[in-house]
Design a binder for this molecule. Structure first.
Ligand code: ZN
Length: 352
């Protein structure tokens, strides 16, 4: 019988639960990642010192460094340190920035990477993509998949509500990204990947209709699952395609034109809602808006402090952020005036 299957690079370990950081040393040993604890650990500037405190007694051989910029330069410096020592693995503990720096450094130095997430703000925890700044600009890089992904719910529970909400926006934005991919298939014959779509959609729909909140453990577990599934979707597709369409093009344009407007997932939800509206999908748009409103996420430009004009400017600029990706924006190719009219119509529709 022919073996008609494919191999997908996924983490060997995925664990979502309480007490993960406190039990890190046994996990590294049990999973044969590092028996003697000779690992490099990267933590963030916020909770980093406290996490280092928890780890010291159990990982006396670990080398702990603080990551604060999330830049390529910082990741390169970390990679140089990794190459000059003898480490079994690099362990990134924190939110997006630390994990992305650790993933990039692991890729360059050829070491396995363990991602320990202390927040659920976006789908980068289990993805083969790192988002880092280079020369002041945010860029995405293909990197190795983490060998192990651990979500510590004790830390997630204590993370700012805004951070927990943000992951919801990033997870549900997959639905708009998938619609963009399907459009590219219909219009340009771009190949779809059904498995990647299944993973990305399953994560999004698991969150979309939930009535419990970011203060419930069950919800946080589902949110972690959704974000891990998003990462796996990207691993299957070999790109961010299943989780990043016109919505992410617009949010990258907002990050570029109006830095500091809001965090990744908040913008992903808002931009996905706009694109779904632009697509003319009334029912999915209402469904998505219901989810965002229920969790207190932004649904209109004014909610993130942007005027309609500024938001329209970002929408018009969005295709330039990702020249190789065909989405609804490239398909419609609206003029700046047309974009402005669509943004105004979107804001009016939301006010009804
Ligand atoms: Zn995202």
């Amino acid at each position: 019988m022919p073996l008609l299957a494919r191999m997908v690079g996924t983490p060997l370990v995925v664990e979502v639960g309480s007490g993960a950081i406190a039990a890190l040393a046994p996990l590294l040993a049990d999973r044969r990642i590092s028996s003697g604890g000779h690992v490099a650990i990267a933590v963030g500037p916020g909770q980093g010192a406290q996490i280092a405190e928890v780890l010291r007694p159990q990982l006396a051989n670990a080398d702990i460094s603080i990551i604060d910029e999330g830049s390529v330069e910082e990741a390169m410096a970390l990679a140089r340190r990794l190459r000059s020592g003898f480490y079994d693995a690099i362990v990134g503990i924190g939110g997006g920035r630390v994990l992305d720096v650790a993933k990039y450094a692991a890729s360059i130095s050829g070491l396995p990477m363990v991602a320990v997430a202390t927040s659920l703000a976006h789908d980068g925890l289990a993805s083969p993509v790192a988002s880092l700044t280079e020369g002041g600009r945010k860029m995405s890089f293909g990197v190795v998949m983490p060998l192990a992904v651990v979500v510590d719910l004790d830390y997630v529970r204590r993370s700012a509500p805004q951070m927990r909400r943000s992951g919801i926006g990033d997870a549900v934005s997959n639905l708009s990204a998938i619609a963009d991919w399907e459009l590219a298939h219909r219009v340009n014959g771009e190949a779809l990947d059904g498995l990647a779509i299944t993973f990305a959609r399953a994560g999004a729909t698991a969150i979309l209709d939930r009535t419990d909140t970011i203060d419930d453990d069950d919800f946080l577990v589902s949110l972690a699952d959704a974000l891990v599934l998003g990462g796996l979707a990207m691993a299957v597709a070999g790109s961010s395609r299943p989780c990043s369409g016109a919505d992410h093009e617009i949010l990258h344009a907002i990050d570029h034109l109006f830095p500091g407007t809001a965090n990744h997932g908040e913008l992903a939800g808002l931009c996905a809602l706009f694109v779904t509206h632009l697509r003319g999908d009334a029912e999915p748009a209402a469904h998505l808006a219901g989810c965002l409103v229920r969790h207190g996420l932004p649904t209109r430009p004014a909610d993130v402090g942007l005027t309609n004009e500024q938001f329209a400017h970002a929408v018009h600029h969005a295709p330039a952020t990702r020249p190789d990706r065909f989405t609804l924006l490239e398909h419609l190719a609206l003029s700046e005036e047309e974009v402005r009219a669509r943004v105004d119509a979107f804001a009016v529709a939301l006010d009804r």
